[in-house]
Design a protein around this ligand. Sequence first.
Ligand code: G6P
Length: 609
Amino acid sequence: MCGIVGYVGNGSAREIIIDGLKKLEYRGYDSSGIAFGTGNNLEIRKCVGRISNLETLLSKENLDSHIGIGHTRWATHGAPSDANAHPHSNMDESIAIVHNGIIENYVELKEMLINEHGVVFKSETDTEVIAHLLGVLYDGDLEEAVWKAVEMMRGAYALVAIHKDEPDKMIAVRKDAPLIAGLGKGCNFVASDIPALLKYVREIYLIENNELIVVTADDVKIYNAERKPVTREVFHVTWDVDAAEKGGYDHFMLKEIHEQPKGLEDTLVRRLNDNGEIVLEGITMTKEDIENFNKVYIVACGTAYHAGLVGKAAIEKMARIPVEVEVASEFRYRDPFVDDKTLFIAISQSGETLDTLAALREAKSKGARVLSVVNVVGSSVARESDDVFYTWAGPEIAVASTKAYTTQLMCMYMIGLYMGLTKGTITREFYDSYIEELKAIPGKLAKVLENEGAIENLAKELYRREHVFFIGRGPDSGVSLEGSLKLKEISYINSFAIAAGELKHGTIALIEQGTLVIALATQDKLFEKMLSNIQEVKARGAYVIGVAKDGNKDIEKQADKTIYIPECIDEITPLLSVVPLQLLAYYIAKLRGCDIDKPKNLAKSVTVE
Ligand code: G6P
């Protein structure tokens, strides 16, 4: 979590860093700060709240410089407060640092600093330990002090340090937390992620784990853990700046919901050849490899985990291999059955989620073949996987994931189809008709979006509710989980999802007069069963919003209101049915006055355990 930006060069550090931090607010936004090197001193300004608070604070004086480091925080150690905000400094305030991640042995280091060096701490953060550690290790060379500190610290972190007596230099280190360097003309940058720098540079270095960089206005030097200089290829960013801006929409989330037809089309079409065959460019999975797998694990967090549930059904049905889906934070601590006959699929929008990354490493160390489904090119998950199946969602900024989810679903169907066809467990005829169904999805999704006004009206009717249940069967049960997550994370309504058939085993006790139930009934095979489940909750007084395929009008006999989605085969309805739920969550949250793109307590990229 947390976002870092650093700048050294001939421009205004203040303007560039504030601008970059705003682009990184998705990484955390409970407090922010900047340290400027003023030639013979350091000036630190920081405060609790959004970046706009920092701007107000800075507007009271004429402070700027050619060098500075900035930070936007998502609290781990110590509540959001001015004192806990970064940058942090050592006792004589000669060093300033910003940090993303966790120093696991900070208690031990803190005790050593207090007992042996008489250090007095001003915050509750683990980060302040790094500043004081550098302070006691500094002997006229900041780079040397950082090398020594790295040897003493355990954990996952990216950090940037400046010293008042070395006024033209930033030292940064990466260990299991993202860090990039931007290459400008007469200036250079460091940051946690590309959007922070897009306005200024397109040439970047992706910094690898355990590397230290020395950044001056004219140069970026990279060193590996053995302190040997490293030559890195320049990565040229091709994104459109607009893709990382709101483009006329009120919120990134709404823009991203509307980008789904394009994202799905790109994800599918870019991997299809003229014969409709899936081309796994850059993926080296052979027929023998696929035949060798006797088990698949799909591991992810949050929304990506929900995409994994759909992936399980697709791979089991088409490739006839047993699939387990698990949240990454559970997988890594339970000694799972993984060997060289296991295919491990990690799904991650950011490619930086620490739990997912750690689970991937665990599986890899036990011999699994690792395939990842990732949106951010060059991210840690992508780099550490054997093969990567990129989603083509483009940058996703809103904390609540929408287009990343649907493009992840598209990848899961494609992986299932590819494995099934290669292994011979599905016929070419089945494959071709499935691909045709998938090709029709972007157009059908555009139709779902045309219904936005009706969903906004529904939101007006429902936004004061405080409890909601989502129910569904088969693929609809996975979508219920995702619909429920969308609603709770941005509107703070207490929402709960459960497989419809499981309701009667306990949860139905909570249904009373007027309880809102959103019932997904898009599965032809399970439609009648769902009608029975709707009847059960109706009989106890529930108010039911149904989601069904066009034409399944019988639902109107049971549900109070119905949202229709276009006809398609049962397995792929999640690509369509999730969209009205995203829109409903969006409009409900808007009517409740919530901060939609940056919900409280959440962050988009969770790089802590
Ligand atoms: C955070 C985000 C979620 C996301 C999850 C996994 O919790 O708020 O939207 O689904 O992390 O992120 P990843 O980048 O690994 O998909």
